[in-house]
Design a protein. Sequence first.
Length: 230
Amino acid sequence: MSNLAIIPARGGSKRIPRKNIKDFLGKPIMAYSIQAALKSNLFDEVMVSTEDKEIAEIAIKYGAKVPFLRSDKNADDYATTVDVIVEVIEKYKDQGRTFKNVACLYPSAPFTTSNKLKEAYTILISKNLDVVFPVMPFSFPVQRSLKLKEGRLGYFYPEFENLRTQDLEKAYHDAGQFYFINTSSVIKNKSILTKNTGALLITELEAQDIDNETDWKIAEIKYELLQGIK
């Protein structure tokens, strides 16, 4: 096993200031991702990629490594997840360390669990895939989506207007939690979604986008509900 967990946690979040270390039900939200990675026992190293010294200190407190700080170039609003992953891989390579697989865990994804990571890793290896990540179904058929233009509603896909919803192909979206990636794939393709990408299916209760304070409150309610069900 040669796996690296990367948690990209920059300090410059705009919509929710200091989002990655904001308290979520008693501890910094980033701590959930760190602890899930550590608990899975899948990784040779669990590291946080950040340019922020306070975030680095909190990451170390919860058991992650911060062997180097992120470059200014990859800490701005335009750096992609792939940019950060590649930078981390290359910096470890400069230190003489390589990893066959990397898992990129988002820092504001408290629904990520060690079991999900294990399931994704099993899928990745058993099916010889480039990438595996959690996806969830759209709650309403995307083929019936509407557009609003100059105050008037219309269908994006009018050809599906008269089909029954149960006859429409189910669509999924990225749950925004983590990606388990074959390292050579991300270096070669510079993309997370290749023609050899698999999925871990999850429910709407097991994820929540957190882009504003309302989302944050909903996520806390969902998380507590999920813990009660378990």
